[in-house]
Design a binder for this molecule. Structure first.
Ligand SMILES: NC(=O)c1ccc[n+]([C@@H]2O[C@H](COP(=O)([O-])OP(=O)(O)OC[C@H]3O[C@@H](n4cnc5c(N)ncnc54)[C@H](O)[C@@H]3O)[C@@H](O)[C@H]2O)c1
Length: 350
């Protein structure tokens, strides 16, 4: 039976997800379609629905009547009430990251999601280059990871293609570059390196939006004395919408990439510099997408397919809420360290 999907929140990322789902369905890769859309901005809902021959609704409850699966793509503060409404109706939920603005609300969202098949929008978990990095580090073939440098930067995302005022409001976003953007990076660091023992952090606010950090510098110290640093910056270089560079110094190799999707993952050893291929699944070639948007949409198609495949077996997709919550706990400790002038704090017990 064709899975019926509803979108709550029909802005930037919902458009990308819905293009991905439409292309997956159109190519016969999944048996699912977008049937309903709701946004407090009715024009946005109308636009998204229009590209899927879907209906718009006036509120969440009637959207829930029309679908089995809900993609929650509102701004961050609205994830909790929408997830609660969907879970109370037994719907499966794809919830965008961050789970919520505060850790207490993240815990609530996670507890709700765990009651139904779900997946969280930490889409870097599906990026071929980070899969290759995680595999290379976990295999141990380059020795232990000693030190990692992770840099993430993008132009202040209340403009350009993001065009969203809510990202300058901490009550809606929870904070700035660290929680809103680098929750992805904290999750990737946990995935590749495991849980740190200690966290210290500094944040700064250079653009004058109270409560919105636009620079964050974190240090994670691991039980084996290895370290990782994360630098996360929102700037005004409009040609840089989002960019990541990661370097992992292992005992016997430097692994690095400056592309957060396809890589390549470069490997420098004593003998040679080589590349580990990080490619998308072959089915991505079957998606009917305009060439200029394929790069943007493909990562979300991979994430959507993972979720819809999991749903076909009644399971949740990866990453699950518990994974996202663990990243949020680290982000929360980092903000507390920053509030204490960068003092080292123990990482939360797992
Ligand atoms: N995983 C990723 O790669 C990724 C990328 C971008 C954004 N995001 C996350 O997705 C969420 C949305 O971001 P965006 O860039 O699409 O923002 P956006 O401003 O473009 O869209 C958000 C939409 O939600 C609507 N909305 C707000 N409250 C609502 C409610 N209660 N009911 C219905 N609609 C409501 C707004 O009117 C708006 O149209 C955020 O949590 C953001 O952090 C994730």
């Amino acid at each position: 039976m064709t899975l019926r999907i509803g979108f709550v929140g029909c802005g930037h990322i919902a458009s990308v997800h819905s293009l991905a789902i439409g292309a997956l369905g159109g190519a016969g890769i999944v048996d699912a379609r977008v049937v309903a859309a709701y946004d407090t901005d009715t024009e946005r809902a109308r636009r998204l629905a229009g590209s899927h021959d879907a209906i718009t609704t006036d509120e969440v409850e009637s959207l829930l009547d029309a679908c089995e699966v809900v993609w929650v793509c509102t701004w961050t503060s609205e994830h909790l009430p929408v997830v609660r409404a969907a879970v109370e109706r037994g719907r499966s939920v794809f919830c965008e990251k961050p789970l919520a603005p505060s850790l207490a609300e993240c815990e609530e969202v996670a507890a709700l999601l765990q009651q139904v098949p779900h997946q969280v929008g930490l889409v870097l978990r599906h990026a071929p280059v980070f899969r290759a990095l995680a595999e290379a580090v976990h295999s141990g073939r380059f020795g232990r990871a000693l030190a990692t440098v992770f840099r993430d930067d993008q132009y202040f995302p209340n403009q350009g293609m993001y065009h969203s005022d809510w990202r300058a409001d901490p009550s809606l976003a929870g904070g700035g570059t660290l929680i809103e953007h680098s929750i992805h990076d904290v999750d990737v660091l946990r995935w590749v390196l495991g849980d740190p023992a200690q966290v210290s952090a500094r944040v700064a606010n250079q653009f004058g939006h109270a409560g919105i950090d636009d620079v964050a510098a974190l240090t994670f110290a691991y039980p084996d004395a290895s370290v990782a640093t994360l630098i996360s910056v929102w700037h005004q270089v409009m040609r840089r919408p989002s960019s990541r560079r990661v370097e992992v110094f292992c005992e016997d190799a430097l692994l690095w990439t400056d592309d957060d999707h396809l890589g390549p993952l470069h490997v420098e050893t004593t003998d040679a510099i080589s590349e580990i291929e990080a490619s998308l699944p072959a089915w991505v070639g079957d998606l009917e997408l305009a060439p200029e948007i394929t790069g943007l949409v493909a990562p979300y198609a991979v994430a959507a397919k993972a979720f819809l495949d999991a749903l076909a077996t009644g399971a949740s997709g990866e990453p699950e809420a518990a994974t996202a919550l663990a990243a949020h706990r680290l982000v929360d400790v980092a903000y507390r360290s920053a509030a204490a002038g960068g003092a080292p704090f123990p990482a939360p017990a797992r």
